[in-house]
Design a protein around this ligand. Structure first.
Ligand SMILES: [Zn+2]
Length: 374
């Protein structure tokens, strides 16, 4: 059968049609760890969706630092070992083309041919955490594109329960910008830190995908948002998005923020830069302030003072991705136009090395999106 766009649409009950699926696809394959030069565009077999899974023809995939960690073969606590060859890609928007064998109780809530967004947080679906909608707490937790092949390819297989429909008025570029950073930002700002309109907060590194999402969500709560960013242009963009003050991340921003706040500091700081900045973020917190951590892109082992934490009643909170409620809350805010993900640039799949380099060199403001197919 054909869907509205004229694409071939296949269902599990039609094995003849399933035979007509392409056997191979273009993918960005990592066969050895290293710099952008190790990324190769190759023809590899199209994944076969297992029980309860769905095959998606990828339209867009947004980049995350996780793509660079996978490419470089990052090691350390909390970092899963990547098995080579690997295809990364966490944030995927595309079109359902084929359902694998159904599992007992599975409802096909989205028809073949529909455009969908994948929630990249994959759990077992059955443990107590999964039943609470918290796949990132599941003992079997994995992330699409990290523990299994992801969306930097023409096709990707994912659990059917992890897809949601994208409304017609939202582009696949904007949709792909949401899952990792907007869900994490919502989790941090709303669910974990419970930011209120009277709060004053600090976003460290507000130009990145996560930082710009934290800035946008925090501004929407009515809070007073201070940011750091690495260039005049980025600071100006942050101010245009509603930040009340933007400080140079290469300067003595800790002292400048304490002066700007007349020595009061901030209620909460969001720091995903990591080792180089976390102690400064901590010192910017007022009595009882919260430091929310969702990443460590520039280093994982900071030099911290324990007394600077407990003597000030400060709290350090983790917010790695979000739960289903966070994912659905934030996607609905985008669908309704309440949040507008910042897209830095859309690259073609053939420009993947350049795109990852732009992310690595922090040349961007907002998300870098890769166009895989239309
Ligand atoms: Zn589970």
């Amino acid at each position: 059968m054909n869907d509205k766009s004229g694409n071939d649409v296949l269902t599990a009950d039609n094995s003849e049609l399933s035979q007509s699926l392409p056997k191979t696809m273009r993918a960005v394959v990592i066969r050895e760890h290293g710099g952008p030069e190790v990324l190769q565009i190759e023809e590899v077999p199209v994944p076969v969706p297992g029980p309860g899974e769905v095959l998606i023809k990828v339209e867009t995939t947004a980049l995350n630092h996780l793509d660079i960690f996978a490419r470089e073969g990052l090691k350390g606590p909390g970092v899963p070992k990547i098995t080579l060859p690997h295809v990364s890609g966490v944030d995927v928007a595309g079109r359902v083309v084929y359902y694998g064998p159904s599992i007992p109780g599975q409802k096909k809530h989205i028809d073949s041919g529909e455009r969908v967004l994948i929630n990249p947080a994959i759990g077992c679906g059955e443990c107590r955490w999964c039943r609470q909608g918290e796949p990132s707490m599941c003992p079997d937790y994995h992330i699409l594109g990290e523990h299994c092949w992801g969306g930097l390819a023409e096709y990707v297989a994912a659990p059917a329960r992890n897809i949601i429909a994208i409304p017609d008025h939202i582009s696949s570029e904007v949709a792909a910008a949401i899952p990792a950073v907007y869900t994490t930002a919502w989790r941090g700002v709303i669910t974990v830190a419970q930011i209120k309109p009277s709060d004053r907060i600090l976003v460290v590194g507000a130009s990145g995908g996560l930082g710009s999402a934290q800035l946008e969500i925090a501004v929407a709560t009515g809070a007073e948002v201070l940011v750091t960013a690495g260039s005049h242009e980025k600071r100006q963009k942050a101010l245009n998005m509603g930040a009340v003050a933007a400080f140079d991340s290469h300067g003595d921003w800790e002292a400048e923020i304490m002066e700007w706040t007349k020595g009061e500091g901030v209620h909460a700081a969001f720091d995903s830069v990591g080792a180089p900045t976390i102690r400064h973020s901590l010192r910017c917190l007022q009595m009882g302030g919260k430091l929310v951590l969702s990443g460590a892109t520039a280093g994982d082992s900071p030099d911290l003072s324990i007394r600077e934490i407990y003597q000030w009643h400060r709290k350090i909170l983790g917010a790695p991705l979000g739960n289903w409620e966070d994912f659905l809350q934030v996607t609905n805010q985008v669908w309704r136009g309440q949040l507008n993900p910042q897209i830095h640039h859309v690259y073609d799949i053939t420009e993947i090395a350049e795109a990852q380099d732009a992310l690595d060199q922090r040349k961007h403001f907002g998300k870098i999106v890769i166009k895989i197919s239309s």
